[in-house]
Design a protein around this ligand. Structure first.
Ligand code: ADP
Ligand code: MG
Length: 217
C-alpha cells in the first residue's frame, strides 16, 4: 500500500500545448480515486507521468515518501492497466500472468501461489491453461489485470480505455478493480470521462477541466 502525491505537476508538450497545468493532489494509502473530466482535459497525461511513460515538465510525484521523478518506470511499484493488454497470444493465461515475476527471478513456488491467488480473485482459475488467443475478451481483460496484480504493486493505475468497447466488460472490470482495492488494499487511481460511471462508483471524484483540477467531491 502507498499514497500518491502530485505537487504542482505540469506537462507542456513540445508544441507548446499545456496538457496538465499545476495539478496538486494526494491519493491516500488504500484509497480509490476517480479522476473525471471531458476528453482532452489531461487525465491520461497524468496517469502516464505517474507511470513514467511521459516526461514531467515540472512538479513532483511521490509514491509515499519516495520521489518518483527520476525513477525508471520498471522500478516504480505501480501497475498500469491501459488499452493495449499486450498479452502474448500464443502463451497460455498462466504464463502471461507469470511473466513479470519470472523476469524478476522469483522462485517457482512463489510465482505459482501468486498466479493462483490472483486467478481465484478474478474468477479465471479455470482458464489458466488456455492460450490467450482462445480466450473471450472478458477473460483476456482479467488476465491483463491478473498480470498487473501478481507483482504486488502498491498502486494500480487504470485508464478508461482499458475496457471501452463493451458496457458489460466495463462493468466487470469496475467490479474487479473495486475488489482489488478492497481485498488487496492496493491504492487505485481510475480515469473516466463518463459522469454516470464516476458517480456510480461511489468513490472520491476529482474533477478536471483544461489541465486543472476544478473540484473534489
Ligand atoms: P484525456 O485523457 O483527459 O482525454 P489526454 O491527457 O490524453 O486527455 O490529453 C490532454 C491534451 O493533451 C489533449 O488536448 C491532447 O490533444 C494533448 N496531447 C496529448 N498528447 C500530446 C502530444 N504528444 N503532443 C501535443 N499534445 C498532446
Ligand atoms: Mg485519456
Amino acid at each position: 500500500m502507498a499514497s500518491v502525491t502530485l505537487e504542482h505537476l505540469s506537462k507542456i508538450y513540445s508544441n507548446g500545448f499545456v496538457s496538465v497545468n499545476d495539478v496538486s493532489l494526494r491519493v491516500d494509502n488504500g484509497e480509490f480515486i476517480t479522476l473525471h473530466g471531458p476528453s482532452g482535459c489531461g487525465k491520461s497525461t497524468i496517469l502516464r507521468m505517474i507511470g513514467g511513460l511521459e516526461d514531467i515538465t515540472s512538479g513532483k510525484i511521490y509514491l509515499s515518501d519516495e520521489l518518483l521523478n527520476d525513477i525508471l518506470p520498471r522500478d516504480r511499484r505501480l501497475a498500469m492497466a491501459f488499452q493495449n493488454y499486450t498479452l502474448y497470444k500464443h502463451f497460455n493465461a498462466y504464463d502471461n500472468m507469470a511473466l513479470g515475476l519470472r523476469l524478476r527471478d522469483f522462485p517457482r513456488n512463489i510465482i505459482d501461489s501468486r498466479v493462483n491467488d490472483a486467478a481465484k480473485l478474478l474468477g479465471i482459475s479455470g482458464v489458466l491453461g488456455q492460450k490467450i488467443k482462445a480466450l473471450s475478451e472478458r477473460d483476456k481483460q482479467k488476465v491483463a489485470l491478473g498480470r498487473a496484480i501478481v507483482c504486488q504493486p502498491k498502486v494500480l493505475l487504470v485508464d478508461e480505455d482499458f475496457a471501452r468497447q463493451d458496457p458489460e466488460r466495463r462493468k466487470e472490470m469496475l467490479c474487479d478493480i473495486l475488489e482489488i482495492n478492497e481485498e488487496l488494499k492496493i491504492t487505485v487511481l481510475y480515469v473516466t470521462n463518463d459522469p454516470l460511471e464516476a458517480r456510480t462508483l461511489g468513490k472520491k471524484i476529482v474533477f478536471m477541466k483544461d489541465g486543472k483540477i476544478t473540484d473534489i467531491g
